[in-house]
Design a protein around this ligand. Structure first.
Ligand SMILES: [Zn+2]
Length: 212
């Protein structure tokens, strides 16, 4: 059973949309879940300036993390919309993985339409490639946010925790005002549950393992 979980989230809300159900299940099973927010989503203010947007979205991330029972979150404040998997950021993530020693790393999948999401996947690829051979390599599971996965490697029945996931995403009020993320993720999870996880539960999250 996974004891330590690391999520690499390009923006505040991706962790909840993509894997909030699995994170809640990990917490209920006694795991320690930590999230790195690579950017604070300051470009997604929908009319607000970047500083106010950053403050708002970081506060929303903290509230959502508390609702899911996560152990810790940190903000790396890399540039929203211009995220790249630089050598320095890969080294920083590799260092974190070496010290925290997660059993599983969650990140958006590498076919996502949002360039920051693909950059996050590249970053995890580079950071895990830098790990020295002696340590056990964490399992990487890639989740869907903007672009539904075509090939699935893992389905997680999140029916028991769908309400917690919806509560967490609604705490991202600044984003849900513009786009009904709660309806969208409930719809996708319902689709995954019905079409792919038979005879599983009503709601599911889908994941793919990297081919790198
Ligand atoms: Zn995002």
């Amino acid at each position: 059973m996974a004891r330590r979980i690391l999520v690499v989230s390009p923006h505040p809300d991706d962790e909840t949309v993509g894997c909030g159900g699995a994170l809640r299940l990990h917490v209920l099973a006694g795991a320690e879940v930590r999230v790195v927010f690579l950017t604070s989503g300051e470009a997604g203010g929908h009319g607000l300036g970047p500083d106010e947007t950053r403050r708002t979205r970081e506060a929303e991330a903290a509230a959502a993390a508390a609702a899911l029972g996560l152990a810790g979150i940190e903000f790396w404040r890399l540039p929203d919309g211009r995220l790249t998997a630089t050598r320095a950021t890969s080294a920083r993530l590799s260092e974190l993985i070496s010290t925290f020693r997660p059993d599983v790393i969650y990140v958006p999948h590498d076919g996502e339409q949002h360039p920051d999401h693909r950059a996050a996947a590249r970053l995890v690829h580079r950071a895990t490639a830098r790990l020295d051979g002696g340590a056990a390599r964490p399992r990487v599971l890639m989740f869907e946010v903007w672009t539904p996965l075509g090939e699935l490697d893992e389905l997680v029945d999140i029916s028991p925790v769908i309400d917690a996931k919806l509560t967490a995403i609604r705490l991202y009020a600044s984003q849900c005002r513009v786009l009904r993320f709660d309806d969208a993720l409930a719809g996708l999870a319902r689709y995954r549950g019905e079409m792919h996880s038979w005879p599983g539960g009503d709601y599911a999250e889908a994941y793919r393992e990297p081919r790198w």
